[in-house]
Ligand binder design. Structure first.
Ligand code: NAP
Length: 366
């Protein structure tokens, strides 16, 4: 299972909104004869890839797979059928599939006379951790939300005049571009579009999937028609607005080729984030990377909708009335502040990446 987990990680870029899955086949004598992983969304599942690699040597053998094999016709035929056809005698899985449509694989295998079990032990936690973003989406119907920002040592995301490009150096910026390729969507507030005119593109070519999206929270559709997110690949942009957006503004954006998503407004007239995230999840966005600004960060944190925080901290102090990384309502008492857990701390050139998770998602070793 350890090896199957290693293989699963090869799908880090490309398999979302499917999970990362790895599989190995041992022959009847316990010798490893096939390996596979789920590489790209809609592509062959890990079990099928491993069985194909093993060929006839899988007959009478054992399959270790990090997620319960599927038992339904999705983008590919059910893995249960492939396992039966290959003559596998025993199947061991690390995690059951929470997706009701695809689940039931273990029972189906047992019905077909195959010994099928769920593994206990540390691999189970590793398997959960590896797919925590996908599990959030599959189990709760909302995407995993990662909040990412470049901040100064005093926690500011811009100078007092609103300048933020660039707070961090090249190495940290490259790492933040990698994060874009691990997520299905990049989300910002319209304040950031107006202030910075970001392109919000994937640039590293790590993820072969074209199924990604950039999202702007823009209640009244005030995104400038000349903004980069409108001019460049508009079909990849989705503006999330409320009923208050004027018909003319809607038509202008539709004519420009941009997608629109209307959601209800909160009491203050802004986008209802809970509803917006659920709608994005229903469109297959399992993991969303939020890249600013302070108001959007604040609203998400206030609503308890952030799962992961990645701050790139630069050794500089901006001071004065410069915006902090997280605005919103904030908390009045320290006891109300959620305690996060640091997962990793890494250096990138002169900058430091602080990576924190909500405690229930952090690894138990702390
Ligand atoms: N250092 C970094 O990593 C970084 C990254 C990004 C941005 N920045 C900086 O951040 C600054 C912009 O931040 P900002 O706080 O002014 O703008 P923002 O958070 O990007 O956008 C805020 C706007 O989003 C809209 N919105 C819609 N629904 C919302 C909701 N539920 N909650 C909050 N906002 C909602 C609102 O406008 P409507 O009411 O019109 O919809 C709101 O005014 C700029 O100075 C930029 O340079 C820094």
């Amino acid at each position: 299972m350890h090896r199957a987990l290693e293989l699963a990680q090869k799908g880090r870029y490309g398999c979302s909104p499917n999970p990362m899955v790895g599989a190995v086949v041992l022959d009847a004598d316990g010798i490893l004869v096939g390996e596979g992983h789920h590489a790209v969304f809609g592509g062959p599942h890990a079990e099928v890839a491993a069985l194909e690699a093993a060929g006839s040597r899988s007959r009478g053998g054992c399959l270790y797979v990090t997620l319960e094999p599927c038992n339904h016709h999705g983008k590919t035929p059910p893995c249960v059928e492939a396992i039966v056809a290959a003559g596998i005698r025993r199947v061991v899985v690390a995690l059951r599939d929470p997706n009701t449509e695809a689940a039931g694989g273990l029972e189906a295998l047992i019905e077909r006379g195959i010994e099928a079990t769920v593994l206990g032990g540390p691999e189970v936690e590793q398997a959960r951790r590896l797919n925590r973003r996908w599990l959030r989406w599959a189990e709760s119907g909302r995407p995993w939300v990662t909040l990412k920002a470049a901040v100064s040592l005093d926690g500011r995301i811009a100078t007092r005049s609103g300048q933020s490009q660039w707070i961090t150096g090249e190495a940290a910026r490259r790492r933040s571009l990698e994060l874009r390729e691990e997520h299905d969507a990049i989300l910002v507030g319209v304040g950031t579009v107006v202030a910075d005119d970001p392109r919000l593109t994937r640039r590293l070519g790590l993820n072969p999937s074209q199924q990604w999206c950039r999202i702007v929270l823009d209640s009244g559709l005030r995104t400038p028609p000349g903004a980069a997110v409108v001019r460049k690949s508009p079909q990849q942009t989705l503006l999330v607005h409320t009923p208050r957006a004027e018909a003319e503004a809607r038509q202008g954006m539709l004519d420009a080729g941009v997608g629109l998503l209307e959601v209800p407004a909160r009491a203050d007239g802004r986008v209802d984030l809970g509803v917006a995230l659920k709608r994005l999840a229903a469109r297959g966005m399992a993991a969303v990377l939020v890249e600013g600004g302070a108001e959007v960060h604040g609203s998400l944190v206030d609503a308890g909708l952030v799962d992961e925080v990645v701050f790139f901290v630069a050794p500089t102090l901006l001071g004065g009335p410069a915006p902090a990384a997280v605005a919103g309502q904030g908390v009045a008492e320290l006891s109300q502040a959620r305690r996060w857990r640091f997962e990793t701390v890494q250096r990138h050139g002169d900058d430091v990446e602080l990576h924190a998770l909500i405690p229930e998602e952090a690894c138990s070793q702390g």
